[in-house]
Structure formats: C-alpha cells, structure tokens
Design a protein around this ligand. Sequence first.
Ligand SMILES: Cc1cc2nc3c(=O)[nH]c(=O)nc-3n(C[C@H](O)[C@H](O)[C@H](O)COP(=O)(O)OP(=O)(O)OC[C@H]3O[C@@H](n4cnc5c(N)ncnc54)[C@H](O)[C@@H]3O)c2cc1C
Length: 370
Amino acid sequence: MASNNHVVIIGGGVIGCSIAYHLAGAGVRVTLLERGKLGSGASDVAAGMVASLSEGFTEGEPLKLALESHVLMQEMLPQLQKESGIDVEYLCPGILHLALTKEDEKNLEARLRWQEPLNMGVRWLSAQEMYRMEPALGEGVLGSLFSPQEGHLNSRRLVRAYAQGAARRGATLLQDTEVKGLLYQQRRVSGVRLTSGDLEADWVVMASGAWTGMYRDWLGVDLPVQPVKGQILAARILPSPISTIIWHGITYLVPKADGSIVMGTTREDVGFNARTTIQGIARILSNAIDLVPAVAGAELHRVWGGLRPSSPDDVPILGPVDGCEGILLATGHYRSGILLSAATGKRITDYIVRGEETSLLPFSLSRFTS
Ligand SMILES: Cc1cc2nc3c(=O)[nH]c(=O)nc-3n(C[C@H](O)[C@H](O)[C@H](O)COP(=O)(O)OP(=O)(O)OC[C@H]3O[C@@H](n4cnc5c(N)ncnc54)[C@H](O)[C@@H]3O)c2cc1C
C-alpha cells in the first residue's frame, strides 16, 4: 500500500471502529463514516460476551478466528483502555452451560470432548459442585459445563473505546454521514458518494452490518447478509444472585460490572425491524426466571432490540470482492461481532497494509458464489 493511501470505512459499529483503530495504529489515513451515531446498529445492544467457545464455532477457520480474537482482545484491552481513557468493564467470570435434561447432558458432553483438548479449563461440574458455585440456580439442574476463560464487557463502551482510540491515533470519524454509493475509476473504487459531495478513497471497507445486503447494486454482486433480530433486557437486583454467566439454549444471564444482569435473547427473522415485543421480552424473562428464580424480584431497567448481520453459514464475510478492486467486506458477524472485532480489525489491517491475504481467504464472499 502506498504510504499516503486513504481508507474509508462505511459503518461505525464495533467492526468499523475496530478496523479504524487498527488501521490508524498502523499509520494509515482513515475516515470512518456512520450515518447515525456510533454503535447505533447492533453493537450497542449486544450482551458483550467474549465467548470464543460458546458462540457456535466448533471447528476449522471460524473457531481459529474466534480463539485468536479472544486472545487478542485480552492482550489489547489494557492498551486500548489507556489510549482511549475508557474502561470497557471487562470481567472474566466464566460461563455455566446448564443441563436441564438428559438430552442437554449428552450435547454438553459432546461439547466437552472437543473443548477439553484446547486446554482452556473447560470441565464438567456435577449438580453438587454447580450449586456450590451458584446457589441461586433453579432446582433440578442435572449438572453443567463450566468454561472458566469466557467473560464479558460493556459493548457500548468498547465501541467508544475503539472510536476514541482511533481518533487519538489520527483517524477521522464522522457521524450523521450516510454513504449513498461508491465511485469507480475503471474497475477500481475511487471514493464514496455522500449527500454533501464526493469523498475520494483508495480503499473502501464495508462494515455496514445487517444493511450490507442492501448495497449489492453498488458492487453488482449479491451480498448475502440478512438481519436477525435479537431482543435483550437489563434488570437489577442487589446483591446479584449470580456471579458467573448462566446459559441454556438461547437464554443467558450476564452479571455485569455495574451490578445489573443482562438477559437475552431471541432470534427472529423479521427483516429490518428491531422493535421489542411483549412476547419476545416475556419469553426471555420466563426462561431466565426458570434458570435463576430470584431474578423475578429484580427491577427492570431497560429493554432493547438489535439486528445481527447474518450470513448464510453464520460465519463472517471478510476481504476483497472479485471484480471490485479496492473494496473490502467486513460483515456477517452475526452473534459474535463483539468477540470477533479484535481479529477482524487486525486481519483487515494486515491485508491493506501488507497484502496479507491468507487469513482472509476462508472468509471470502466467493465461498457463496463458486
Ligand atoms: C441481542 C444481541 C446480543 C448480542 N450479544 C453479543 C455478545 O454477547 N457477544 C458478541 O460477540 N456479539 C453479540 N451480538 C452480536 C453483535 O452485536 C454484532 O455481531 C455486532 O454488533 C456487529 O457489528 P457491526 O459493526 O458489523 O454492525 P453494526 O453494529 O450494526 O454497525 C453497522 C453500522 O453501519 C451503519 N451503516 C449502514 N449503512 C450505512 C451507510 N450507507 N452509511 C453510513 N453508515 C452506514 C449503521 O448505521 C450501523 O451503525 C449480539 C447482538 C444482539 C442483537
């Protein structure tokens, strides 16, 4: 890459902000454009779990990406927090995956078989050991899989920390600035179209989350990214009845650093509609109360919904697009964008700065077209 190249990033969620932070750290001239406020897509809504073993990646390159990002995140946070002046409230209490039925037990045992060799301390807890660790769990739990190295942070703060860190490293971040189209010279991207005029760019990174699929006409190729709504809520009960993350099926309870408990979630295929519903919130609450009965007495603080960017195989789409030189995709992070933000920022930066392509190849858009 020429030293004066300009990279424009579309989207100010956790992915766009992490890429801006990493690129600016490598001395690259960066402008990030966000049509609303930073984090206003899925990122501010997330439960903030940094859970490389629990987000559904079970093998191959997606699992490697998740594990790499988990390590990078832990290594990077002290520096990020220092540079940005923002505490992202990272805690690592571990996750308890509960077995309520024999079927759950079988599934968790299968998980233990592939996770044990990773040497991350994952182990089976008998009912007795588990209730000793978390006495407030509901009755009748058969046992649980304990994953001690998984944790959580405040995703809203993480977005601001990446953004602030990027700005301190020299990046320009513009909010309320919507990209309306791409500009090309021959087959290479040369900039983006804004309502206020055109902005030149040598590279454009599309980190536009669940909306990326709407921009297929800009590239002339199908971009198979769809929104999947997730609802979530925060409540407070002091002292908190739990100290580890409690997880069963798609229900989890995350005891946050500020004393609140975040509870999720739903997975709904309802298009671009992030509204919360009585049914969605009622289902989360009912499941959460079954798992930890004491939360029935908690004070409800906030409910909110967000649109996860999902790809057909639930794995991110990263890297260049055949026939559209200078454009990079960084989207499709579905349920794991907070976790994967660190490795995504690093790998996209390595590609732009050093042409390092190998680490992006398994995540290429071409896996859906060839
Ligand atoms: C309920 C819920 C819980 C979750 N929990 C977790 C969790 O515990 N751990 C985890 O790792 N992940 C979690 N996730 C997933 C995570 O939130 C997402 O994977 C991640 O936020 C995606 O980040 P993003 O930057 O790709 O997208 P977004 O945050 O949606 O950002 C995309 C941005 O692009 C902007 N944009 C779009 N088009 C344009 C345009 N034309 N011009 C300018 N800007 C544009 C949008 O306004 C938006 O701000 C959760 C998600 C939900 C919904």
